[in-house]
Design a protein around this ligand. Structure first.
Ligand code: UD1
Ligand code: CA
Length: 453
């Protein structure tokens, strides 16, 4: 049995008041169409089809090969939109799911239930309905005396009696494919000059074919986004859903209301998230970590048993047992090996800090490879930029950098070397040497056995 989903996304989304196509507006780190495609993929057997119109190129760039695209040149209504997929899908699918790409909270399980219900329906349509106090401009589901679905009436065309109907059309359907393709050509044009997909219901009823309604208990799932107010509502609901899933999987979230985890983030068991924490992009966090309060972590991989307090991490990686913050800034390419301690007011970019290295206070480390068990004194700076180019700094193992040292790159410091406080290092420092001054000059050869810890 072949099931294909058609997602409608050709409308302009005028009420978003935006240059960006509506379905590309982000929610919990992904454009809303991402969620619609995910749910569609899970509930169908074929690659979903997205009907695009306004902003087609931008949508195409995002969708790539996660869906096939068909173009609707003029937005002549939801029925006309589905018709654009006919030549691609006719004869290729037994069931067609139709839903809107601006309903990001609709669950895959709900779409699967639609397909199941339609599988048992002798008629051609199963539609999703919901009962809510706020009609939100949705179409009303008109039922006959026997309780069977007779029609969907759009709000603009509804009589005062029909407006009182509480059962609404959520805009998710499963159709028997052959019947659908024929019916779409028979939809009458509306007063507004559009072809409404919802009019297929009356076509079925007139032909004596039963229409099934699957009733949804959770009205949140049917939030369709028309304005940025709806977008914020949906974001809140999606955030709760994401947080709940992490908590049920063993993550402690002290205050879910102020914890913002994007859709692609993973977290290990027994990690604890303190309030006002943002986990974004492809961030992956291991087990038993403690993150926050007040931290923003984007596209960063963190091992087990790490602590990140009031810090910003972007494009970084931390091995196990690393602690950073408060007020640390890790940027792209910062790699902190096992057991690194990075205290307050430090910045690391495109650099590796070797195992057990400590950087307690006020430092900038850029384009540097730093060995194991190095002590980076307060105020140490890699002067990596000469105004034109970035230059590397190499620091060996067991090096002790005195407070306020300027390391003028390119420069290398050998294993077990030391710099005095305030040194400006412009030349390579051999192993076991102590350098001081400005610019720093060699003053003595260290005895290898001398204790430098
Ligand atoms: C539609 C339903 C309504 C339902 C509501 C739920 C119809 C006629 N009405 O109304 O019963 O309660 O959804 O949200 O279907 N689109 C296209 N091409 C078009 C027109 C629309 O791709 O020519 C897309 C839009 O981008 C949007 C979706 O279809 O994603 C729904 O269109 P919209 O105009 O918002 O329909 P509603 O008036 O909300
Ligand atoms: Ca709508």
């Amino acid at each position: 049995m072949k099931v294909t989903a058609v997602l409608l996304a050709a409308g302009q989304g005028t009420r978003m008041r935006s240059d960006l196509p509506k379905v590309l507006h982000a929610m919990c780190g992904q454009p809303m169409i991402y969620y619609a495609i995910q749910a569609a993929q899970a509930a169908s057997t074929e690659t979903p089809v997205v009907v695009v119109g306004h902003g087609a190129d931008a949508v195409k760039d995002f969708v790539h090969d996660s869906a096939r695209l068909v173009f609707q040149e003029k937005q002549l209504g939801t029925g006309h939109a589905v018709l654009q997929a006919e030549s691609l899908l006719r004869g290729k699918s037994d069931y067609i799911i139709v839903t809107c790409a601006d309903m990001p909270l609709l669950r895959a399980e709900t779409l699967s239930r639609l397909v199941e219900t339609q599988g048992a329906n002798p008629g051609p349509i199963t539609l999703l309905t919901v009962i809510t106090r706020d009609p939100r401009g949705f179409g009303r589901v008109v039922r006959g005396a026997d309780g069977s679905v007779q029609a969907i009436v759009e709000e603009a065309a509804a009589t005062p009696e029909q407006l009182k109907i509480k059962e609404l059309n959520a805009s998710a359907y499963c159709f028997s494919a052959n019947w659908l393709w024929a019916a779409l050509h028979r939809i009458p044009i509306s007063k507004k000059g559009e072809y409404y997909l919802t009019d297929t219901v009356e076509l079925a009823v007139k032909a004596g074919l039963p229409v099934q309604a699957l009733h949804l208990d959770d009205p949140l799932e049917t939030i369709g986004i028309n304005t940025r107010v709806h977008l914020a509502e949906a974001e809140t609901a999606m955030r709760q859903r994401i947080n709940t899933a992490h908590m049920l999987a063993g993550v402690t979230i002290i205050d879910p209301q102020t914890t913002y985890i994007e859709a692609g983030v993973t977290l290990g068991r027994d990690s604890i998230l303190w309030p006002n924490t943002y986990l974004q992009g492809g961030t992956r966090i291991g087990e038993r970590c403690e993150i926050g309060p007040n931290s923003l972590i984007r596209d960063t991989v963190i091992g087990n048993n790490c602590v990140v307090l009031a810090s910003v991490l972007e494009g970084a990686s931390l091995e196990d047992d690393v602690d950073v913050g408060p007020f640390a800034h890790l940027r792209k390419g910062a790699h902190l090996c096992t057991g690194v301690h990075m205290g307050n007011f430090g910045e690391v970019k495109d650099s590796t800090l070797g195992p057990g290295t400590k950087m307690g206070h006020f430092s900038y480390i850029g384009n540097a490879a730093i060995g194991a068990n190095v002590n980076i004194g307060a105020g140490t700076i890699t002067c990596n930029y000469d105004g034109v180019r970035k230059h590397p700094t190499h620091i060996g193992d067991d090096v002790f950098i005195g407070s306020d040292t300027m390391l003028v790159a390119p420069v290398k410091l050998g294993d077990r070397s030391r710099t005095g406080a305030g040194a400006v290092v412009t030349k390579n420092v051999p192993e076991d040497a102590l350098v001081v001054g400005m610019p720093a000059r060699a003053i003595k050869k260290l005895d290898k056995k001398e204790d430098v810890s």
